[in-house]
Unconditional design. Structure first.
Length: 285
């Protein structure tokens, strides 16, 4: 059954995806019935936030996507076999989530009422970027918003959940909790998004976090244009106020020791447009 194409939002954890998801909601998109305070879609978490998802056959991954998209679009498939297969994903602890937490998600999946079939919809879950390449291949109309924050600032974030979960996969080696490997992970993700953007022209929108903080009206219009939605002054004012409620730690990397990082990562951050001349020169000296 054909369902309405969604807008997905992702990024490295702590990069500012919450306010973009709130904007999507304000512009009339349903983003899920089971959300946490950060507006993460916890049905997505149940189905896709696990290393084993990368080992699924194309057939099984397609089935998972179909189940998620049907549930989100208002025409859920709640037959016994489908529920049994999804329930298997909540049968044991899956760090950082407990079995009890995952089973709460399963109950929500079964009990939440469907939305009207014609409502625009989407979802936000930072880990979406891990599987979005496969999803874009499966659904030509799907579009993706990626929030990019200065990888050096992200390297010093307290939120290193993705480094622990996906770092060994993306970097193809064991990782150490700390800024060096965190920067390498963030740069690897950003490089991957750049390649995907080239492979899927017009279907990926990268939102710069620093621009989001400094020019929220511009970013709101960027998002609205990308999803073909009208936006008025009331929404622009609301969004600016929402962004202003936070005091993000921008440029918290200024006192770093450059030699603590891989030179290739520092050089790549410079290509993203961040002021890096002093840091890169110190690293290469």
């Amino acid at each position: 059954m054909m369902v309405r194409a969604p807008i997905a939002i992702g990024g490295v954890g702590g990069s500012g995806t919450r306010v973009v998801a709130a904007l999507l909601q304000r512009l009339g998109h349903f983003i899920g019935s089971d959300l946490n305070p950060s507006l993460d879609n916890l049905w997505f978490t149940l189905l896709f936030k696990r290393r084993s998802v990368l080992l699924e056959s194309n057939r099984d991954f397609t089935w998972l996507c179909d189940q998620f998209w049907l549930r989100m679009s208002g025409v859920p498939c709640l037959d016994g076999r489908s529920l049994e297969r999804i329930a298997d994903l909540a049968m044991s602890d899956r760090p950082p989530h407990s079995k009890a937490w995952l089973q709460q998600r399963m109950r929500s999946w079964m009990e939440a009422p469907p939305i009207p079939e014609q409502q625009a919809w989407g979802w936000k879950e930072p880990n979406t970027h891990v599987v979005i390449d496969h999803m874009l291949d499966l659904w030509p109309e799907l579009r993706y918003i990626h929030v990019l924050r200065n990888p050096l600032d992200m390297a010093f974030s307290a939120n290193q959940n993705q480094l622990n979960l996906w770092g060994p996969v993306f970097l193809d080696r064991p990782v150490t909790q700390g800024p060096r490997d965190s920067l390498s992970y963030c740069c690897t993700v950003a490089r991957r998004i750049q390649r995907m953007t080239e492979d899927h022209p017009g279907r990926i929108c990268t939102v710069n976090f620093e621009r989001l903080c400094n020019a929220p009206h511009d970013v709101a219009r960027q998002v609205a244009n990308f999803i073909n939605a009208a936006i008025d002054e009331d929404v622009l004012t609301w969004f600016s106020d929402l962004v202003g409620q936070r005091t993000p730690a921008i440029d918290r990397h200024q006192d770093i020791e450059p030699n603590s990082f891989a030179p290739d990562d520092l050089n790549f951050v410079a290509t993203l447009g961040y002021e890096m001349e002093k840091i890169v020169s110190q690293s290469n000296s």
